[in-house]
Write a protein that binds this ligand. Structure first.
Ligand SMILES: Cc1cc2nc3c(=O)[nH]c(=O)nc-3n(C[C@H](O)[C@H](O)[C@H](O)COP(=O)(O)OP(=O)(O)OC[C@H]3O[C@@H](n4cnc5c(N)ncnc54)[C@H](O)[C@@H]3O)c2cc1C
Length: 433
């Protein structure tokens, strides 16, 4: 590991926390009772809290750590439509109508978050910068171009095909074989966005209890009793919003989500001319490799923020940082001597059908999780939907309702199969398949 890749002021924590430090809320005890208890204070939990508190409910949000400590203040800030399976695959699994409705939810989520941030005037560097999705080989480019011209009626997205000869218009790299631009996709500052949600939830009257893990949830009367180290809380309804940090509190949910570490670095300040050369249109970037890398310039267009999966087993961000740096310089050789100022990670939640899920567990507890690594828009939108479902409002209905939430035999929450799967994808990417 090359120590001189690290800047003198290197931090093993999110770059985003520089402009939006973790909120340190007073260590209060939860009240004795409330209408709705929400476990998890990320985008999902707070979006639900905003709907519920504005809907007149007494809401308490609890988090084991500081507010937003999970993925919601750590992510890459890339905002997309985010439903992973395509229409054909979903049609085979669920029929055409459900497939259509599920795919539409991706568009709804992107539209919803943009409207919400604008309406609420949240200061979070929201910008419709567009995504350049790059092809890692010529077959991938052909497929992207074909998909762009053969879109399902009613599910069309605006897309521009960019051949390799014109690629430098989009990205300062010759690593790729062309790609496509999705102009509607956006970027934001994830931790500032989280603080904006937190302020709105508090403003609507929700209580936020941090550094207070929920230890158990038991059915009691027509509601639930939540135990915490600072006392217990009686709630008529519970929403579990723990996503990639779902643990033994909810074994049913834990058997359905696959926690996967995603790793990310930020570089020292770049020369503005170089930053502009690498990202002339300030797009967000991703590519067609199986082990996806996602990257962008920081909100001030001065640093490269580069993320992906670079370890078979979960590891320390100081170990993943040089590996990410190597991948970054394989795309942008000009950054070979650029130092890393921050490296961090967080746990996203995959699901066995690569779809998000929301609804109620058998005991009546509400849940919303499983954004498969792309949760900025999905967690916000589905979080608000689950809030509306608790309020029994028709606007809470989604295209995902009632589709079933699969698990696998003998899976209890420890993804032992992750290492072999990563090796398999790595080999495919190396072989350029
Ligand atoms: C490095 C990284 C990069 C990413 N990049 C992108 C991106 O560019 N675009 C995108 O769309 N998505 C991205 N994501 C994913 C996105 O950040 C998540 O999908 C989203 O933030 C999930 O929000 P959430 O509120 O559901 O969960 P989280 O924000 O993870 O919050 C869950 C919370 O639950 C709490 N919790 C767990 N158990 C308990 C308990 N027993 N009691 C109390 N609290 C508990 C945790 O402390 C945590 O704060 C990225 C994620 C990571 C880690």
């Amino acid at each position: 590991m090359s120590e001189n890749l690290f800047a003198a002021a290197y931090k093993n924590q999110p770059y985003w926390w520089e402009a939006a430090p973790q909120p340190s809320l007073p260590p209060v005890a939860p009240p004795a009772s409330c209408d709705v208890a929400i476990v998890g204070s990320g985008y999902t939990g707070l979006s639900a809290a905003i709907e519920l508190a504005r809907g007149g409910r007494h809401v308490v949000v609890l988090d084991a750590e500081d507010a937003g400590w999970g993925c919601s203040s750590r992510n890459g800030g890339q905002v997309s439509t985010s439903i992973k399976p395509g229409y054909d695959e979903l049609s085979e699994r669920h029929g055409k109508d459900v497939a259509f409705a599920i795919r539409r939810e991706g568009f709804n989520a992107l539209q919803w978050i943009g409207d919400f941030i604008t309406r609420e005037n949240i200061d979070c560097n929201w910008e419709r910068v567009g995504r350049f999705h790059a092809a890692h080989n010529s077959a991938a480019f052909e497929k992207l171009a074909r998909d762009a011209t053969h879109q399902t009626k009613g599910l069309e997205v605006e897309v521009q095909v960019v051949p390799k000869s014109e690629q430098r218009r989009e990205i300062g790299s010759d690593r790729y074989f062309g790609g496509v631009v999705y102009p509607r996709q956006a970027s934001l500052h994830p931790a500032k966005y989280h603080l904006g949600l937190l302020a709105r939830a508090q403003g609507a009257g929700a209580s936020i209890v941090t550094r207070c893990p929920v230890l158990s949830i038991a059915k009691e009367g027509d509601g639930f009793r939540l135990a915490t180290p600072r006392g217990s809380l009686q709630a008529r309804d519970v929403v579990v919003a723990t996503n990639g940090y779902t643990g033994g509190l909810t074994p049913w949910l834990r058997r359905r989500v696959i926690p996967i570490g995603s790793y990310i670095i930020a570089t020292e300040l770049l020369d503005p001319a170089l930053a502009n050369k690498l990202s002339p249109k300030n797009r967000v970037f991703s590519d067609t490799r199986k082990l996806v890398f996602y990257y962008r310039l920081s909100e001030d267009r001065r640093r490269m923020v580069f993320g992906g999966r670079v370890a078979l087993k979960e590891t320390d961000p100081k170990v993943s940082a040089p590996r990410l740096h190597a991948h970054m310089t394989s795309i942008f050789p000009e950054l070979a001597a650029t130092k890393i100022t921050h490296s961090w990670m967080g746990f996203v939640a995959y699901t066995f059908d690569t779809l998000p899920h929301l609804g109620r567990m058998g005991d009546g507890i509400h849940y919303c999780a499983g954004y498969c690594g792309s949760g900025v828009s999905l967690a916000s939108y589905f979080g608000s939907r689950i809030g509306l479902q608790v309020l029994a409002k028709p606007e809470g209905r989604t295209g995902l309702d009632g589709i079933g939430f699969p698990t696998r035999p003998f899976y209890s929450g420890d993804p032992w199969f992750l290492g072999p799967a990563i090796v398999y994808y790595k080999v495919r990417d190396k072989l350029n398949i």
